[in-house]
Design a protein around this ligand. Structure first.
Ligand code: URA
Length: 277
């Protein structure tokens, strides 16, 4: 059970690493902030510091980045119920983005944590805390993400075993890390189509008497591009509907309508870093 002591690490100590402080203050993600420090763009009490691990006191030290004093910004964390059809980006000339749904929010410094495909729905986190993103996205943390899917095809025992043990998505990538699959519904399209969310498939394209469909959940700990779709494709299933339902121990609040968001509670922030088991 991996428990990340969120409160202690983030809120109580006034001494912390310079790179962590800058990431938490919304200057950038930790990787980027480290290059700023190494490039001599950051000073502490008037001295250029090029060591990202330098301990600073956020209450007493004067931290300047490119001529601007960096103040410790209060951190905010939101849960967003992403609808299908918008893209996970801050700006786009053509498509609606997730930020088009956040009208009433002060969006300054807020960014999305990870991405969902344009046609994927569900739980997306938004924050101004670069360190939080770093912890969540770190491959070492193995944070579980669970997706509910409908797919054309069927999942036999052998397919499930393959997905759970690791599949090859392309010859340039390592096998996927161990995953978990739970099949919920399996049968012919004509019998199950009333349960598939509207708009997920074009009825004319399939012979409903012959086409097999399957639904279930897939839990992964990585975040490769189109990973769920590609893992299911590797065993002959074509995803027609996808929704992220949880991240770590945090589940999407189903009272949030698609397109709505709300602040996370302190307890929910902690749940993210706790596994379901
Ligand atoms: N896997 C996918 O295939 N798509 C997503 O949006 C997320 C995970």
């Amino acid at each position: 059970l991996a428990i990340f002591h969120f409160n202690e690490t983030y809120r109580r100590s006034s001494f912390l690493r310079l790179d962590k402080f800058l990431a938490q203050s919304g200057v950038g993600i930790r990787k980027v902030v480290r290059t700023y420090i190494k490039d001599g763009k950051v000073s502490v009490n008037g001295m250029i510091i090029t060591e990202p691990a330098k301990e600073i006191d956020e209450n007493a030290d004067r931290i300047v980045f490119l001529g601007e004093i960096i103040l410790y910004a209060p951190k905010v964390y939101y849960m967003f119920h992403k609808p299908a059809g918008c893209i996970t980006a801050t700006k786009d000339a053509v498509h609606k983005t997730v930020f088009d749904f956040l009208h009433e929010l002060d969006q300054k410094g807020i960014f999305h944590v990870g991405r969902l495909d344009q046609d994927t729905e569900g739980l997306l986190l938004l924050t101004n805390d670069g360190e939080f993103e770093h912890q969540l996205m770190s491959p070492k943390k193995d944070i579980e993400k669970t997706y509910f899917f409908w797919a054309l095809g069927s999942l036999g025992e052998e397919d499930i075993r393959k997905i759970e043990q690791g599949v090859l998505l392309s010859k340039d990538e390592p096998l996927t890390k161990p995953a978990r699959v739970e099949v919920q519904k399996s049968g012919l399209l004509h019998a199950l189509k009333c349960e598939i969310p509207a708009g997920s498939y074009c009825a004319l394209d399939y012979n409903e008497q012959l086409q097999h469909v399957v639904s279930g959940t897939l839990t992964i700990t990585e975040g490769r591009k189109h990973q769920v779709k590609r893992m299911l494709k590797a065993v002959g299933c074509y995803v027609i509907y996808l929704k992220r339902i949880s991240i770590g121990g945090l589940t999407l609040d189903e009272t949030l309508e698609k397109g709505q968001y709300r602040l996370l509670t302190e307890a929910e922030i902690r749940f993210i870093f706790q596994s379901h088991q």
